[in-house]
Design a protein around this ligand. Structure first.
Ligand code: TMP
Length: 213
């Protein structure tokens, strides 16, 4: 962590991670609404996307027709999206003292591209640290669900380029996430995503409150 770059942060950076269909988007929305109701300065965002440039990159990344995209191209596009997102949205908001809630961030690239696509954790980590000026979340929720549950929640006919990967791919992503949760145990909290959304939200709030008090 680059202390010099992080010194001026005042807000709180929270991310949600998990395989497709893990319920992280629902939880990010529930957390955002709850904190807004409390009158706090909150912003909700997502990756890929979150900026005008990023939403265009998202279209390319998730386009089912682009089957020829290499793992390296995919990795660089996610990093490009993140570079724009960090510079344009996340850092300025944190500097204003805002609580930023992002649906996915660097851990997605580490799990999906670094491990499941086989590009290696070190390279993907270096690339993303370079892209974001070593920006890391303060708190990350990893929602864990079995493959069958995740896939049931993703509508069959509408699966995007990433959601059309094999079952093995998703199992690798999940395993990779759990390894990351051990490595980044100071900021990552693993929650059982098969519970009712209200129960997960309750556990999320308990952790967030520790950071707000
Ligand atoms: P979403 O389902 O959360 O909208 O994310 C879109 C897909 O992009 C999802 O299948 C996960 C994938 N993804 C990566 O592979 N690497 C990344 O860095 C990010 C942010 C998402």
């Amino acid at each position: 962590m680059n202390i010099e770059k992080e010194r001026h942060r005042q807000g709180l950076f929270i991310t949600f991670e998990g395989v497709d269909g893990s319920g992280k988007t629902t939880q990010a929305n529930m957390l955002c609404s709850h904190l807004l109701q409390r009158g706090l300065e909150v912003m909700s965002t997502r990756e890929p996307g979150g900026t005008r440039v990023g939403e265009r990159i998202r279209e390319i990344l998730l386009d089912r027709r682009l089957r020829e995209m290499t793992a390296m191209t995919e990795t660089l596009l996610y990093a490009a999206d993140r570079a724009q997102h960090a510079a344009e949205v996340i850092r300025p908001a944190l500097l204003r003292g805002t609580i930023v809630i992002s649906d996915r961030f660097i851990d997605s690239s580490l799990a999906y591209q670094g491990v499941a696509r086989g590009l290696g954790l070190e390279g993907v980590r270096n690339l993303n640290e370079w892209a974001t000026g070593e920006l890391y979340p303060d708190l990350t929720f990893l929602l864990k669900v079995p493959y069958e549950v995740g896939m049931r929640r993703v509508v069959q006919g509408q699966r995007d380029r990433m959601e059309r990967q094999s079952e093995d791919f998703f199992r690798e992503v999940q395993e990779a996430y759990l390894t990351l949760a051990k490595f980044f145990s100071h900021r990552m909290v693993v929650l059982d995503g098969t519970q009712k959304p209200e129960e997960v939200h309750h556990q999320v709030m308990r952790e967030v409150d520790k950071h707000l008090s």
